[in-house]
Design a protein around this ligand. Structure first.
Ligand code: AMP
Length: 408
């Protein structure tokens, strides 16, 4: 990719990692042509504050950094972000970024699409921290770090909630006193950048299916389902926070609200309950072995089996629920770390759906993670599509960058 193309950085700041990707944005052939950002480099720091490891590579596979650091040197997200910028700046010397796109987990009721970041946006995002305590503070740290270093640089927030903004009011309700709904205590839904990407991808590879009733299972460390009709989200298993719905790596998913009251009545503090529900539950809490699906699949501990079985049981159950919302099912799509790479988990989920939807998996295709893993006679086709949340952020950021330049 030529250095004359504008460059965009995509920043994805998680609870213990910061990932930065560099995209070149070729000029569109004409005003209405699709913008197509191209990945040119990627850097990340994992294990922030625990055992920091920096790695960075160019899109052609060339490794430019792979190093472990003492904790003191990368104690927080601020330090991590500075270090990645330094490493990537070697590759960016000829093309400094013209915009930065951030993954921001919660956009609340105020944001239904990506936005240019200003002081007012930051204030609104800060108010949402209690609804995404594991992610939102780190997203904001990255935004502030860039503002401090390069105040004039265009920054764009891309939200995990935005793709779900068109949900019917019924799908947004929690049955609390109505005044709480008016105060923004609603079911929003998350993983929207992943679902937006999958909706576009499905439109490219199977436009007939994309127009129908589709359930997408984003099964990674975080996990949720999205029910789509004609490429638009109509329901999600996640709600007000990213705790709801399916059990996840360390998050509990949907639980009886009475369980939280009980924990509180036992004298547990709100902070301790938060830590337990977000970081010590799900696959990790049930198995007592690991939050990582690969480790559980490799383990012969009975509770590792139990955790996997529960995971598949709940996923199948929620797929049935979303199909009821859609009034049927025309396709099921698996994505994210587990969804795109774990044949035994897909097999267990689909086995539970065989009678209800006439799903029949092709074992060979499933084992090879092929794009279509159902047999020809399966009443509902089942697909595997790797997601690309960062590519989606790059695209949304490039669109806002072009509007911004057109206006300037
Ligand atoms: P993500 O958050 O999308 O990166 O997904 C992380 C999850 O995907 C972890 O539970 C990993 O164990 C799981 N995962 C990644 N690759 C595989 C694989 N080949 N088989 C099973 N699980 C996998």
């Amino acid at each position: 990719m030529s250095a004359t193309h504008p460059t965009i950085l995509v920043v994805n700041a998680g609870s213990s990692s910061v990932k930065v990707s560099v995209y070149a944005v070729p000029e569109a052939a004409h005003a209405n042509a699709d913008i197509n950002p191209v990945l040119s480099a990627h850097g990340q720091i994992e294990g922030i504050g625990v055992s920091p490891r920096l790695s960075a590579s160019m899109a052609d596979g060339r490794i430019v950094a792979d190093e472990r650091f003492p904790v003191a040197q990368v104690a927080d997200h601020d330090a991590a972000f500075r270090l990645i910028r330094l490493v990537l700046s070697i590759g960016l010397r000829d093309a400094p970024p013209v915009a930065i796109g951030h993954r921001v987990v919660h956009g609340g009721a105020d944001f239904s699409a990506a936005v240019k970041i200003d002081d007012d946006v930051i204030t609104k995002l800060e108010a949402l921290i209690p609804l995404a305590p594991l992610h939102q503070p780190h997203n904001l740290t990255a935004i502030r770090a860039v503002r401090a270093a390069v105040p004039a640089l265009l920054q764009v927030a891309c939200f995990d909630t935005a793709f779900h903004a068109g949900h019917d009011p019924l799908a947004q309700l929690l049955a609390l006193p109505y005044e709480y709904f008016e105060r923004g205590i609603r079911r929003y839904g998350f993983h929207g950048l992943s679902y937006e990407y999958i909706a576009r991808r499905l439109q490219q590879i199977a436009p007939d299916l994309a127009q129908g009733r589709v359930i997408v299972a984003h099964l990674g460390n975080g996990a949720s389902l999205c029910a789509m009709r004609d490429g638009r989200s109509v329901e999600s298993t996640m709600g007000l926070t990213a705790l709801d719905g399916l059990p996840m790596g360390t998050r509990c998913g949907a639980i009886d609200a009475g369980a939280i009251l009980w924990l509180s009545q036992q004298g547990m503090s709100t902070k301790d309950i938060e830590t337990m529900l977000y970081q010590e539950s799900g696959l990790k809490g049930l198995s007592g072995v690991s939050s990582d699906m690969r480790a559980l699949l490799a383990s012969d501990a009975p509770r590792a089996r139990l955790a996997i079985d529960f995971y598949a049981y709940r996923a199948a159950q929620e797929i049935g629920k979303l199909a009821a919302t859609l009034g049927g099912l025309d396709a099921l799509v698996f994505t994210a770390g587990i969804g795109a790479n774990s044949p035994p988990v897909r097999e267990k989920i689909c086995a539970r759906l065989a009678d209800l939807f006439g799903i029949s998996l092709d074992a060979g295709a499933n084992n090879e993670n092929r794009q279509r893993i159902s047999r020809d006679n399966s009443r509902v086709p089942v697909l595997v599509l790797p997601t690309d949340e960062e590519g989606m952020i790059a695209l949304n950021t490039a669109r806002i960058m072009m509007e911004h330049h057109a206006r300037a």
